[in-house]
Design a protein around this ligand. Sequence first.
Ligand code: MG
Length: 271
Amino acid sequence: MEKLIITLAHTGNVPTKELNPHSPLTIDEIVNDIKVCKKLGTSVAHIHVRDEDLKPTSDRKLFKEVLDRLDNENVDIIKQVSTGARGGENTIDWRGQMLDLNAHMASLSTGSSNFISSVNANSPQLIQSLAKKMFDNNIKPEIEAFDVSMIHNAIRLEKKGILKGPLHFNFVMNVPGSLPGTPRNLMFMIDSLPKGATWNVSGIGRSQIQMITMAILLGGHVRTGLEDVLKMPDGSYATNELLVKKVVSIANELGREIATVDEAKKILGLV
Ligand code: MG
């Protein structure tokens, strides 16, 4: 079986120090967590940033600071920036402002859904504009599929030449207001993939261990980190380090080897 790519989603848009005191929110904290987790086997960093009030933002300047710090400090990792809907203003100019920077990948939702108290709003125009900017800047999209319609929409965009295959998906499972993270739903997502696609799964909250274990068994890849889950299975506060260690330990138990950064680049078609 292909080696396992571990993606670290270190911060996301939701965590606060109140929700989990270990949430990395400043640039120093974010870079530090990426470095620690890279040593443990993480090959992709899914990057979000916070503004001076520690609120989610898509500010290009702050993304540039994180990306440059990783480059300057020789942190060899696949850098994936978020273009998610909760980073402030919902326009292509705002959400795609960091897509001309030194990242390898970027997230791209190919449809709309609900978060717990807001809309994951991605209009057809916005999706196409973000996809075009990624294409023009040689950035590979990670398609964030919150349900199966988003997979079909990505296939449609590939047929139209707006997305270039082989496509890479992240199944975002168990977001409150969206598709529950059950084994049956995950199988349905996998069965809906186009030929040659690669995939990983984000099991949000309580679905985390189950979704990760299934992905490891089924030949997919996994995403973990405080963006996706704030507590360990025993109810204690999670840290990014503990979450990555948990993935590595499940992979070891199940006999799946962990990909290096170079191996992950090959699997994702980045080289
Ligand atoms: Mg994200």
